[in-house]
Ligand binder design. Structure first.
Ligand code: PEP
Ligand code: MN
Length: 348
């Protein structure tokens, strides 16, 4: 942390900062320039925060030079992490060596629709099935999901296909129930800053897919991941799903640069959701290609056996033929960026 003194700061102001820093066990290194003095602080950053140094006379600015998040930062964990998803005997990796393909319906609507979606996903090479039983809808009048019955359908479909399940949880009180049925808990864009939910997911014992808040900065997103990690759960996968901008041509704007920016600062895996970013199925192939090329650790896409009748997000859902087209359009790309296909790598 660095304290920048204002040009008019007196020797007394400088000494005051130094003595406060020393009072909490820190060290202060004073560097006097012609116009300004800066003071470098070494020690426990949290105790410096409590000093409210910015309020002291003569202080112009206080700047952090280390990341505000710790557990998810690469500063203390330089190697990028792999998160394994699934049950003992069949776990699928999401991480830097592989490319993981996740697909499934936006919402679980029925046992048949979910099983059919899962078969479509599996035959296209997906290794994890997504599907919402609890749907956080913008409108309270829109389909809200089947709830617990949807979780049971997902568990049955997982049993029938062997695919691990990723499903959203929207209420901290539901975390134990969702964790009992699912292999990975999704926290959606609308709940990225629901800190009680993040903490509950941190105690769930299951990997978490943390979507980026639609108006969140990368730093806010990583701080949200830190809430989960602080509860002892480092199995967090980040998901870039588009952010709100002024551009109405797509549902959201896919921030493709978030992938390498996150990878430079955090060890957590990061995947891309082109479906919720674009809101249009015609963009799924090019955005998936972009995601692989930029170095994402996977993609997650919406599929539906009959998108016209989907109860949620039909316009962005791929049908069976679209999904096969997507799989063949991207098939050779992971190898071109040095990644193995995650479907060939499972662990017991
Ligand atoms: C979803 O994946 O079903 C979903 C609702 O996504 P998001 O939270 O990114 O809108
Ligand atoms: Mn959706």
């Amino acid at each position: 942390m660095v304290v920048v003194m204002s040009p008019g700061a007196t020797d007394e102001d400088i000494a005051n900062v130094v003595s406060r820093v020393e009072s909490v066990g820190g060290e202060a290194f004073v560097s006097k320039g012609v116009v300004r003095t800066i003071i470098g602080l070494v020690g426990d950053i949290d105790s410096f925060h409590h000093l409210n140094l910015r309020t002291l006379p003569g202080v112009a600015d206080v700047r952090r030079i280390s990341d505000p998040y710790k557990l998810v930062s690469r500063q203390h964990h330089p190697d990028r992490s792999t998160v394994w998803v699934g049950r003992p005997g069949h776990q699928v990796p999401i991480g830097p060596d592989t490319f993981t393909f996740i697909a499934g319906p936006c919402a679980v609507e029925s046992a048949e629709q979910t099983l059919e979606s899962a078969r479509m996903a599996q035959s296209a090479g997906a290794t994890i099935l997504r599907g919402g039983a609890f749907k956080p809808r913008t409108s309270p009048y829109a389909f809200q999901g089947l709830g617990r019955a949807g979780l049971e359908i997902l568990a049955d479909v997982s049993g029938a296909t062997g695919l691990p399940i990723c499903t959203e949880v929207v209420d901290a009180r539901d975390v134990p129930m969702v964790a009992e049925h699912a292999d990975m808990l999704q926290i959606g864009t609308r709940n990225m800053a629901n800190f009680g939910l993040l903490q509950a997911a941190g105690e769930s014992g299951k990997p978490v897919l943390l979507k980026r808040g639609m108006t969140a900065t990368i730093e806010e997103w990583l701080m949200a991941a830190e809430y989960i990690a602080r509860r002892g759960n480092l199995d967090v996968v980040l998901c870039e799903r588009g952010i709100r901008t002024f551009e109405p041509a797509t549902r959201n704007t896919l921030d493709i640069s978030a992938v390498p920016v996150v990878q430079a600062t955090s060890h957590l895996p990061i995947i891309v959701d082109p479906s919720h970013a674009a809101g249009r199925k015609d963009l799924i192939v090019p955005l998936s290609r972009a995601a692989i090329a930029v170095g994402a650790d996977g993609v997650i896409v919406d599929v539906h056996p009959d998108p016209e009748s989907a109860l949620c997000d039909g316009p962005q859902a791929l049908n069976g033929r679209d999904l096969r087209d997507l799989a063949s359009a991207v098939r050779h790309l992971p190898a071109a960026v040095g990644r193995a296909d995650a479907s060939t790598l499972t662990r017991g």
